[in-house]
Design a protein around this ligand. Sequence first.
Ligand code: ISJ
Length: 107
Amino acid sequence: MTTAEELAALRAELDGIDEALYGLVRDRMRCIERVGAVKARAGMPVFQPGRADEVERRAAEHARAHGLDETFLVRLADLLMEEAIRVEEEIVAQAGASAGPQNSPPT
Ligand SMILES: C=C(O[C@@H]1C=C(C(=O)O)C=C[C@H]1O)C(=O)O
């Protein structure tokens, strides 16, 4: 196999892995939408610091257990949470807007 062929095969493998990874990100975001709907219904704040710490801790633990760089995996978890919070905020805002004036305090 030439170097070019070897690289092409590895890059095709990477493309497949990326597709699988993006599919999991999509699944995570669908789940986040459901979390956002629950929080909107319960009037809970979107950002839950205790849970965010736990997600970071689990990422660090996974990195240590599987020989990945801890800082990298925690950054990845933070990036996923950043997007999750943006989407949840949107869902909560929409739920508030569509609830209409009956949700506002009396004037
Ligand atoms: C998903 C949640 O909401 C936010 C997003 C998180 C995530 O993407 O894992 C974690 C903490 C939260 O602030 C949650 O509260 O569970």
